[in-house]
Design a binder for this molecule. Structure first.
Ligand code: GDP
Length: 202
């Protein structure tokens, strides 16, 4: 599983504006600062791709990238940025939820969760919402290279991950697939691409 080409296709402000080609797609979402742009860079080897999504004005849009001419990697706005005006936080809910609920070609949400901090309520809420709405999710833990630090409560990524998975257990009959990644060491990159390849042919 290798990414040979990645082409930016378009930015959309709602589901009805998204591309219609019907390629299977995987949507990246997570709290601001979770490491989404770093992961996109690590996956795709092209800095300008992830930067597109950081340009002012593009951050609140649904960005479609065509990978290997066969599937879409979709970059969705980050959520839970404490400094964002309430209006923007509400908007995230409205149009992102619309996208999740309507998008027929969505194979799985790739929900990024920061493994260097303890479970965050907003991430647990997001997993819960996706589960209740029967939207398939893959949990992608980021920053798994981070050593335990005092300021993170002295906990290792593995401990935060175990806590997170324990806390979502009551929400699911079966724990969703999850993968440990690091954009610093490229940990999990191959596994994530293999997982995507596998889901595409199901
Ligand atoms: P985004 O806001 O979700 O796009 O997050 P960024 O990709 O901009 O990353 C946010 C911060 O986390 C930056 O300071 C990155 O250097 C750091 N970061 C991202 N990925 C990793 C990782 O895998 N390991 C470590 N140690 N730091 C990371």
């Amino acid at each position: 599983a290798l990414i040979k080409s990645a082409d930016f296709i378009k930015s959309s402000s709602k589901e009805s504006e998204c591309p219609h080609e019907g390629h299977p797609e995987f949507a990246l979402v997570g709290r601001s600062n979770v490491g989404k742009s770093s992961l996109i860079n690590a996956l795709v080897h092209r800095k300008e791709l992830a930067q597109t999504s950081k340009k002012p004005g593009k951050t609140q849009l649904i960005n479609h990238y065509l990978i290997n001419k066969t599937w879409y990697l979709v970059d969705l706005p980050g959520y839970g940025y404490a400094k964002a005006p309430t209006a923007i936080r509400t908007d995230w809910n409205e149009f992102t939820k619309g996208y999740f609920l309507k998008r027929q070609t969505l194979v799985s949400v790739l929900l990024l969760v920061d493994s260097s901090i303890e479970p965050q309520q907003i991430d647990l809420d997001c997993v819960g919402w996706l589960g209740r709405n029967k939207i398939p999710v893959t949990i992608v833990f980021t920053k798994c290279d981070r050593k335990k630090k005092k300021k993170n409560g002295g906990r290792k990524p593995e401990e935060n991950i175990k806590d997170f998975l324990d806390r979502i257990k009551p929400l699911y009959a079966e724990t969703p697939p999850w993968i440990m990644t690091s954009s610093e060491t490229n940990q999990g990159k191959e596994e994530l691409l293999r997982h995507i390849a596998q889901l595409r042919i199901l």
